[in-house]
Design a protein around this ligand. Structure first.
Ligand code: ATP
Ligand code: MG
Length: 352
C-alpha cells in the first residue's frame, strides 16, 4: 500500500498529521507513506504549486492523501502559480474525472444542520460529480451581438463515453451502499441532458442490481432539503454537481466533518487509484493554532481504504471511532466545542 501524503498549506499539515496517525494506528501490513510538497509551500520551496517531484510521487502511489492548499501570501501570483492550481493539475495529470462527495449528518449533530432535526437525521447521501466536461470546459467567448451589446456564451456538452465512465463510477459507489442511484439532469430542456439520460439508462442495463431513477436537477436540489432520505448516490454532471455538492454540504452544516474523493479509471494492484481530501480549505484564519478539526481528513482516510484498497472493515473502524468520539462529546471549534486538533486525533485513535 503506497500512499502519497501531500499536506499542503494552512491547516493542511495539522489535520493530515492526525489522519496519518490514525492510518498508522491500524497497523496495516505493507503500508508505505511518501511525502510531497503541494500548494503555496511548494511554490515557496520549488517555485511551483505542483512540482514535478510531487507529481512523480503521486503517480507512483496507489492513492493520495491531500490536506488543503491556499496561502494568502500567494494571492498576487500569476494564476498558473497559485496554490489552488495544484488541485486542477493533479486531477488532470492523474486522470481523475469523478468527484465523490458524501454528505451525512452524524447522530447528535442534527442541530448543526439548517434542516429540521427529523429531516436532517436522514441525510446520508453521496454526490458523484463529473469533473472534466460540461459547460466549464466547452467552447466559450464574449461577442458583440446584433443589438451591439456584449454577450457571453459557454457551450455545454457531454459525449456518450464521458457519461458512461462517470455512470460506472456511480454504480460502483452505489454498490458499497444500498445500490440506489438517482441521476440528476435537465432533460426537459437540454440536449446535453438527453444524451446524458439515454446513456445512463443504457449503461445501467448491464447492472441490474442498480436501482436507477432520474430527477430534474432543480427538483433534486429541493428534495435534498425536504426529503434527503430518498437518496443514496446522486449522479450528475460538472455544473449541476458543483451546485448540488455545496448545497448538500451546507445542509449537513459542519465543514470540518466532510471528506471527499477524486477518482478516475486507473487501476492499481489494490484497486482504484484515488485522491482523498477534506472538503474544507486551508483555513488560514486558524492555521498553526492547533484549533482545526481533523475529522474530515480522518474520514478521508476511511474513504481511501474503502475505495482504493477494498478495506471495508478498516474503513468502518475509523468511521465508527469518529462517530463514537462525537457521541462522547469530542467536538472541535467548528462544532461549537473546545477540543483541539491533536486532542481530537488522539480521541479517535483511542476509540479505534
Ligand atoms: P478555500 O478557498 O480554500 O475553500 P475558504 O476561505 O472557503 O477556503 P475554508 O478554509 O474552507 O474557507 O474555511 C471556511 C471557514 O471554516 C474558516 O473560517 C475556517 O476557519 C473554518 N474551517 C474550515 N475547516 C475547518 C476545520 N477543519 N476545523 C475548524 N474550522 C474549519
Ligand atoms: Mg471555499
Amino acid at each position: 500500500m503506497r500512499i502519497a501524503v501531500l499536506p499542503g498549506d494552512g491547516i493542511g499539515p495539522e489535520v493530515t498529521r492526525e489522519a496519518v496517525l490514525v492510518l498508522e494506528a491500524l497497523g496495516l501490513p505493507g503500508l508505505t507513506l511518501f511525502d510531497g510538497d503541494v500548494g503555496g509551500i511548494a511554490y515557496k520551496r520549488h517555485g511551483h504549486p505542483l512540482p514535478e517531484e510531487t507529481l512523480t510521487i503521486a503517480k507512483a502511489c496507489d492513492a493520495v492523501l491531500f490536506g488543503a492548499v491556499g496561502d494568502p501570501d500567494c494571492d498576487k501570483l500569476d494564476r498558473h502559480l497559485r496554490p489552488e492550481q495544484a488541485v486542477l493539475g493533479l486531477r488532470k495529470e492523474l486522470g481523475l474525472f469523478a468527484n465523490l462527495r458524501p454528505a451525512k449528518v452524524f447522530a447528535g449533530l442534527e442541530h448543526l444542520s439548517p434542516l429540521k432535526p427529523e429531516i436532517a437525521r436522514d441525510l446520508d447521501l453521496l454526490i458523484v460529480r463529473e469533473l472534466t466536461g460540461d459547460v466549464y470546459f466547452g467552447k466559450k467567448g464574449i461577442r458583440q451581438n446584433e443589438s451591439d451589446e456584449r454577450e457571453g456564451w459557454d457551450m455545454m456538452s457531454y459525449s456518450e463515453s464521458e457519461v458512461r465512465r462517470i455512470a460506472r463510477v456511480a454504480f460502483r459507489s452505489a454498490r458499497l451502499g444500498d445500490c440506489r442511484v438517482c441521476s440528476a439532469d435537465k432533460a426537459n430542456v437540454l440536449e446535453t441532458s438527453q444524451v446524458w439520460r439515454d446513456t445512463v439508462i443504457d449503461a445501467a442495463s448491464a447492472h441490474p442490481d442498480i436501482d436507477l431513477t432520474h430527477m430534474y436537477v432543480d427538483n433534486a436540489a429541493m428534495q435534498i432539503i425536504t426529503n434527503p432520505a430518498q437518496f443514496g448516490v446522486i449522479l450528475t454532471g460538472n455544473l449541476f454537481g458543483d451546485i448540488l455538492s455545496d448545497l448538500a454540504s451546507a445542509a449537513v452544516g459542519s465543514i470540518g466533518l466532510l471528506p471527499s474523493a477524486s477518482v478516475g479509471d486507473r487501476k492499481t494492484e489494490h484497486g482504484l487509484f484515488g485522491l482523498y481530501e477534506p472538503i474544507h480549505g486551508s483555513a488560514p484564519d486558524i492555521a498553526g493554532q492547533g484549533k482545526a478539526n481533523p475529522m474530515a481528513t480522518i474520514l478521508s482516510v476511511a474513504m481511501m481504504l474503502r475505495n482504493s484498497f477494498g478495506k471495508e472493515a478498516e474503513a468502518a473502524r475509523i468511521e465508527h471511532a469518529v462517530e463514537t468520539a462525537l457521541a462522547d462529546g469530542i467536538r472541535g471549534g467548528d462544532l461549537g466545542g473546545t477540543h483541539g486538533c491533536e486532542a481530537i486525533g488522539a480521541a479517535v485513535r483511542e476509540r479505534l
